[in-house]
Design a protein around this ligand. Structure first.
Ligand SMILES: Cc1cc2nc3c(=O)[nH]c(=O)nc-3n(C[C@H](O)[C@H](O)[C@H](O)COP(=O)(O)OP(=O)(O)OC[C@H]3O[C@@H](n4cnc5c(N)ncnc54)[C@H](O)[C@@H]3O)c2cc1C
Length: 488
C-alpha cells in the first residue's frame, strides 16, 4: 500500500486547491491532491463552451486570502477564473502536490491501521485523513433520448466542448435551456446558419449587471487600501439579502419575478414567443439565470425555439413528438450534471464495511455537509446541503476549510487515530435541514438538479451563508466519537 500520507485530497478545483493551501499554511506538509483530469480547475477546466462565465461577481468568486484586483469584467469569464486558480496553486506552492491523471476508484477505511486505503487507476496509497473535493457538478448528465448514438454529425455535452468543430455556417441544435445553455445560445446564434433550441422547461432569466472594469477602477482597487474588500463586502451583502426570498419568505420572489417580466417584455416583442418563455413554476425553484443576450438571441431570424418534447434523435437531426424533424449538423447537450451523487462513482467503505452509496440510497446526508457517521476522518467539501441559489460557493468552501482544519488540529493535538461524527448528531442535522427546506422555494413544486429522483432536495443550504459560517466556525468535540492512538 506504500506510505501513508497525512492528508489526501481528491479533486483539484477550488475546493481541493484551497484546502491544500490552508493545510500548507497550517504546517501540514504531507498532503497529496489526486486529480483524475490532466489539469486543475474542476468546473472551470471542463466548461470551456463559448460564453462560459460565472454568475457571481469576480470580487466575490475568489478566495478571500487572494484578492485579485484586475479582473477584466464584473462577472468573470471561464478562462480568467481558471487562470486565477492556477495562479493560486503556483503562488502558494501546492502545484507539486497535485498528481494529475489519477482517479480514485475506491476508498476503504482500514480500522486496524486507522488509515484510508485508496485504489486509483495509477496504484494504491494510504491516508490518515481523506478530503473529498469532488464538487457537485462535474459528471455530465446526458439525456436518455432514443437514437442518440445514431446522430451522424458531431454531438457533445456542454462540459466536453469539442473545439475542433467549427460552428460557422452550420445547423446547430442545443438541447436544454439551463445555466450553460443561456450562455451558449447567444454565442452560437452569432455564427451558426441556423440554431434550434429545445426547451423542456423555461428558465427565469433576469438582466446581468455586467461590464468591463475601467482602468481607473482597477488602479483604485489595487492601490487604495480597503477598496477591494469594500467592493467584496458590498457584493456579498447584496447577494446575501436574496436568501430571504429563497429560504425565508418565498413571497419576496415576487419582486424578482417583476424584474424578470420587465426584462422579458423589453427584450421579446413577440407575445407568442413570450408566452412560450413563461416558466410554469415559482421563481427560484430552479436556479435564476442572468443574461443580457439570451432573449435577444431567441428573437433572431436564424434561431428557433422548440417547446415540443423530443421524441428521438435520428442521423440527420432531432425529431419532436409532433413528428417534425429538425435537421442539424451539430448537436449540443446542455443538459446539466449528475448532481446528487456527490462522491459517486467512487466506492467508499467505512467502519464495519458500510458503503457510502448504500448509506445514501435515499439521498446524501452529512453533518454540516462535511462529515458522515461511520466514515472516520473523511471530510467532504461542497457536500450535501452546501450548494447555494444566491451566493458564492467559494464562501461556503472557505467555511468548510476552516472546519476541516479544526478537525485536523484536534486529531493532531489530542493524538487521535480518528474522529467520527455521532450518528444522532448527523440525524439531528438532517432533520433540521428537512424541516427548513420544507418552507423554501426549492420545494415549491418543480424538478431541479437540487433534487434526487425521489424528490428530496439534498444539494442546497437552506439559510444565510453567514449562518453556515457560524455553524462551521469550529468543530464541537461533543459531536464526535474518537479513538486515541494508544487504543490501537
Ligand atoms: C457551468 C457551471 C457554472 C457555475 N457557475 C457558478 C457560479 O456562477 N457561482 C458559483 O458559486 N458556483 C458556480 N458553479 C458551481 C461550481 O462547481 C463551484 O462554484 C466550484 O467551482 C466547485 O469547486 P469544487 O472544487 O468543489 O468542484 P469542481 O470544480 O467540480 O472540482 C472537482 C474536481 O474533482 C475531480 N474529481 C472528481 N472525482 C474524482 C476522483 N474520483 N478522483 C480524482 N479526481 C476526481 C474532478 O475532475 C474535478 O477536477 C458552476 C458550475 C458549473 C458546472
Amino acid at each position: 500500500m506504500g506510505t501513508a500520507h497525512s492528508v489526501v485530497i481528491v479533486g483539484s478545483g477550488f475546493g481541493g486547491i484551497g484546502m491544500a493551501i490552508r493545510l500548507k499554511q497550517a504546517g501540514v506538509h504531507d498532503v497529496v491532491v489526486l486529480e483524475k483530469a490532466g489539469g486543475l480547475g474542476g468546473t472551470w477546466r471542463d466548461n470551456t463552451y463559448p460564453g462560459a462565465a460565472c454568475d457571481v461577481p469576480s470580487h466575490l468568486y475568489s478566495f478571500s486570502f487572494e484578492p485579485k484586483t484586475d479582473w477584466s469584467r464584473r462577472f468573470p469569464p471561464q478562462a480568467e477564473i481558471l487562470e486565477y486558480l492556477w495562479h493560486c496553486a503556483r503562488k502558494y506552492e501546492v502545484l507539486p502536490r497535485v498528481r494529475f491523471g489519477t482517479e480514485v476508484i475506491e476508498a476503504r477505511f482500514d480500522e486496524g491501521a486507522a488509515l484510508w486505503r485508496l485504489s486509483t487507476n495509477d496504484g494504491e496509497l494510504s491516508a490518515r485523513i481523506l478530503v473529498s473535493a469532488c464538487g457537485q457538478l462535474n459528471r455530465p448528465a446526458l439525456p436518455s433520448i432514443a437514437g442518440r448514438e445514431s446522430f451522424a454529425g458531431a454531438g457533445f455535452h456542454s462540459a466536453r466542448w469539442d473545439h475542433d468543430v467549427d460552428l460557422a455556417g452550420k445547423r446547430v441544435a442545443v438541447i436544454g435551456t439551463g445555466a450553460s445553455a443561456i450562455q451558449i445560445v447567444p454565442e452560437i446564434a452569432r455564427v451558426a446558419e441556423r440554431l434550434t433550441v429545445f426547451q423542456r422547461s423555461a428558465p427565469y432569466v433576469i438582466e446581468k449587471p455586467d461590464r468591463p472594469y475601467r482602468e481607473w477602477e482597477k488602479s483604485v482597487l489595487a492601490s487604495v487600501p480597503g477598496a477591494h474588500g469594500l467592493s467584496r463586502a458590498k457584493i456579498y451583502a447584496r447577494y446575501e439579502s436574496r436568501a430571504l426570498g429563497f429560504v425565508k419568505y418565498p413571497k419576496l420572489m415576487k419582486v424578482m419575478a417583476d424584474r424578470f417580466r420587465k426584462n422579458m417584455h423589453a427584450q421579446v416583442p413577440d407575445p407568442g414567443l413570450r408566452a412560450r418563455l413563461e416558466p410554469d413554476y415559482p421563481m427560484g425553484c430552479k436556479r435564476i439565470l442572468i443574461s443580457n443576450d439570451y432573449y435577444p438571441a431567441l428573437t433572431r431570424a436564424n434561431v428557433e425555439l422548440v417547446t415540443e418534447g423530443i421524441d428521438r434523435v435520428v442521423p440527420a437531426g432531432v425529431v419532436t413528438r409532433d413528428g417534425v424533424e429538425h435537421p442539424a449538423d451539430v448537436l449540443v447537450y446542455a443538459t446539466g450534471f449528475q448532481s446528487t451523487g456527490f462522491l459517486a462513482p467512487m466506492k467508499v467503505t467505512g467502519r464495519g464495511g458500510r458503503e457510502l452509496n448504500e448509506r445514501w440510497r435515499d439521498g446524501a446526508e452529512a453533518h454540516l455537509g462535511i462529515t458522515v457517521s461511520g466514515f472516520p476522518n473523511l471530510f467532504l467539501l461542497y457536500g450535501p446541503y452546501t450548494n447555494l441559489g444566491h451566493n458564492s460557493i467559494i464562501y461556503m468552501l472557505e467555511s468548510q476549510f476552516r472546519y476541516v482544519m479544526g478537525c485536523v488540529e484536534a486529531i493532531r493535538r489530542n493524538g487521535l487515530d480518528w474522529i467520527d461524527v455521532r450518528p444522532d448528531v448527523q440525524d439531528a442535522f438532517g432533520r433540521e435541514m428537512r424541516e427548513r427546506l420544507r418552507s423554501t422555494v426549492w420545494e415549491a413544486g418543480c424538478d431541479s438538479w437540487y433534487m434526487t429522483s425521489s424528490g428530496k432536495v439534498v444539494n442546497n443550504w437552506p439559510g444565510f451563508t453567514f449562518a453556515y459560517r457560524r455553524a462551521t466556525r469550529r468543530p464541537d468535540p461533543r459531536d464526535f466519537v474518537a479513538r486515541r492512538a494508544s487504543a490501537s
